[in-house]
Design a protein around this ligand. Structure first.
Ligand SMILES: Cc1cc2nc3c(=O)[nH]c(=O)nc-3n(C[C@H](O)[C@H](O)[C@H](O)COP(=O)(O)O)c2cc1C
Length: 660
């Protein structure tokens, strides 16, 4: 029996071949002048080819022309539809998507919203002083100055949306989606939200007034595109800032009925605010897979219109279950179709075990750190001209990816791993519940080792003798890295390095000191288990969770600064747990105590049962030189070439394995 997710679905005459769509992702490739290029076409074509029934653009600029200097400063490009000159480009995308029987939609957004400096009214907003909630303050250390938009500008904005919708239709797009979600990120949501909208004219005050901008746009768009053209609307069912913002109850009572009356054909339900609650939008790996689907289900109950559900849905079965349970009519998969655009296709072909599941790292999502193919200037995968015996040393993600690619190209590949399990450091990180999603990439690559017939030799130390026995034509050294233990801590009782500690969780004592500020999610995990955790580091707050993506870091900082996990000392003092100590120099370690002093000269003694070191790593490339004397081609990938993150491991593996 066909699964519900693969059944066709109709929205105002637009017949989708299935109920699975690709949602708006701003990070679609484009040129600096907002025009599209071949990479943009490929971005959408890949999703359609992979089996999605509906492919939506990320927020397209309906108008006015964006501030290019600002875009350059932010290091981003946008796609525009604010002029007829863009129509041809959109037609090219529509044609490319239609080849695969998918429908093409355009999400429209005017340059505006509090986040881009034009709001319904100026700050201060209810908790503007609370820097821990402000994405911009935390990530970019600046406040966006907001100007209040005038009635004339409101009229202008409406016309931008209408003109862009007409252009989208002309270009052959099958539907448009009006972006009214994500709090301060959009003009419409900034107006709807009582958090940002303090106007006293007909666009502020009551719910009716605050919804006026969005509903007038929808009505005017409807008049312009006709009754038989699907208009979708995206809302944040809950802004996730409490009573000060849009709550689910508000949405059910005011927003949904207003959108219905205005004449939309479908409601796409997301959550959150891009400035104050990104966790509702870019749900990080720390959240359970169900995300905020219960909120979507509540909207579905409250409307006769079709409802789209979205948010950390990464498996077809899970998407299907939400449909079966009546929580939504359609499902959008965003980051999953970025880590693997072929997800639906593989599932339908009975190759679900070959799906590369998103790890929820939010590092880029276009390109994706675990999907090299989606990277703009990737080296194509071709058959190797000469079949070689390739030996990969190290079974971490870099090593396995190199082995996978070399094997796909036709080489005979063996992989040696000295440990009894594959995955290296990433597999170790997957051991705590908060970061277990890292396991997705380990699982994918491990299965690929079998599928691609890689000769995997576990528990095998790659000595020169072992290598010589195999007589390889090429060696890819992917031996990872080791964590450096500072002199003061060496040989002291209770000391473990971070990666080692992840494998010895049972041995971690009650009082934990973590030396180094990167492993913030590990610290929170331990605190959640009831341990008393203190993190110490040389740097300031800017070095906390340093390598994390912005949205992951924001979540972590909020967890830490909100003191969500308080610890009460025997004396009754309430401390945050984990407690973070910045600008710390370690003076001495003895008798299970770390003696520290901070930059103001204040000393503190930290008793510990377990001292976890999470600081510098050193590449394990000891074999490199001796291998060069024995084998004609020797390469390094991953940490052993350069200490970095998963993305660099995956990318360096591809760049080598696609060339040998
Ligand atoms: C890189 C990136 C860019 C996004 N840009 C937009 C956007 O332009 N408009 C929008 O409504 N949502 C945007 N979103 C939110 C997604 O549409 C989607 O709701 C979110 O990623 C959650 O779905 P997922 O867990 O399946 O990825 C973006 C998400 C990501 C990761």
């Amino acid at each position: 029996m066909t699964k519900k997710i693969f059944e066709p679905f109709e929205i105002n005459g637009m017949v989708l071949k299935n109920r699975l769509g690709f949602p708006p992702l701003l990070n679609m490739p484009s040129n600096n002048d907002c025009t599209i290029n071949d990479q943009t076409i490929r971005w959408f074509e890949d999703r359609a080819k992979g089996g999605a029934g509906l492919v939506m653009t990320g927020a397209v600029v309906a108008g006015p022309e964006p501030d290019f200097a600002m875009l350059e400063m932010l290091g981003m490009t946008r796609v525009g539809l604010y002029d007829d000159k863009f129509i041809d480009g959109f037609s090219r995308i529509a044609d490319a998507v239609h080849v695969y029987g998918a429908k093409f939609g355009v999400q429209l957004e005017a340059v505006g919203g509090v986040m881009s400096g034009r709001g319904p009214s100026v700050s201060p907003y209810p908790d503007a002083e609370d820097a821990t909630d402000d994405y911009f303050k935390i990530i970019y250390s600046f406040d966006v100055p907001v100007t209040e938009i005038t009635i004339e500008e409101i009229e202008e904005a409406k016309q931008y949306f209408v003109a862009a919708a007409i252009r989208a239709k002309k270009a052959g797009a099958d539907c448009v989606e009006l972006h009214c979600a994500h709090g301060g990120a959009t003009l419409n949501c900034s107006f709807i939200s009582p958090y940002y909208n303090k106007r006293t004219d007909q666009y502020g005050g009551s719910w009716e007034n605050r919804l006026r901008l969005s509903t007038e746009i929808i009505q005017e768009m409807r008049r312009a595109v006709g009754d038989n053209y699907p208009i979708l609307v995206r809302i944040s069912s809950d802004q996730l800032v409490g009573e000060k913002g849009i709550t689910l109850q508000d949405t059910l009572k005011y927003v949904v009925p207003a959108m219905e009356r205005a004449g939309v054909d479908c409601i796409d339900v997301t959550q959150g605010d891009m400035i104050r609650s990104t966790q509702g939008i870019l749900i990080p790996m720390y959240y359970p897979w169900v995300g905020f689907m219960d909120m979507t289900a509540a909207v579905k109950k409250a409307t006769r219109l079709p409802v789209i559900g979205v948010g950390r849905i990464i498996e077809i079965d899970m998407a299907n279950r939400f449909l079966e349970e009546g929580k939504a009519d359609l499902i959008y998969m965003g980051r999953q179709l970025t880590s693997d655009p072929d997800t639906p296709k593989k599932y339908l072909e009975g190759r679900a075990d070959e799906i590369r599941h998103c790890i929820g790292c939010n590092v880029a999502c276009g390109p994706c750190p675990i999907n090299y193919e989606i990277h703009q200037a990737h080296i194509p995968l071709t058959r190797a001209e000469t079949v070689k015996r390739v030996l990969v040393i190290g079974g971490g993600v870099g090593g396995m990816e190199a082995a996978r690619i070399a094997s796909l190209r036709g080489h005979q590949v063996a992989l040696m791993e000295k440990a009894p399990a594959l995955g290296g450091m990433v597999a170790a990180l997957a051991k705590t519940p908060m970061t277990s999603e890292f396991g997705n990439i380990v699982e994918y690559l491990s299965i690929q080792m079998e599928k691609q017939n890689v000769d995997v030799r576990m528990n095998t130390e790659a000595t020169l003798d072992e290598v010589e026995k195999l007589n390889p034509d090429a060696v890819i050294l992917a031996a990872g890295s080791t964590m450096l233990i500072p002199e003061e801590a060496r040989g002291k009782p209770g000391v473990m390095d971070h990666i080692d500690a992840l494998g010895r969780m049972d041995e971690i004592g009650q009082k934990v000191v973590i030396w180094g500020l990167v492993a913030a999610d590990f610290a929170i995990s331990l605190a959640r288990e009831g341990k008393d955790v203190v993190m110490i580091g040389r740097g300031g707050v800017e070095t906390l969770a340093k390598w994390y993506s912005d949205s992951r870091k924001l979540y972590i900082l909020k967890q830490l600064t909100d003191v969500r996990l308080p610890r009460v000392t025997p004396e009754g003092e309430r401390l945050s747990n984990p407690e973070i100590l910045y600008h710390i120099t370690v003076k001495d370690i003895s008798n299970n105590e770390v003696r520290t002093v901070n930059h103001e000269g204040v000393g503190r003694v930290l008793p510990y049962d377990t001292l976890i070191i999470s600081r510098e790593r050193k590449g394990s490339d000891e074999l490199y030189e001796s291998l060069q004397r024995k084998v004609s081609e020797v390469y390094k990938v991953g940490d052993c070439a350069q200490i970095a993150q998963i993305q660099e491991a995956i990318f360096s593996a591809n760049e080598i394995a696609r060339k040998i």
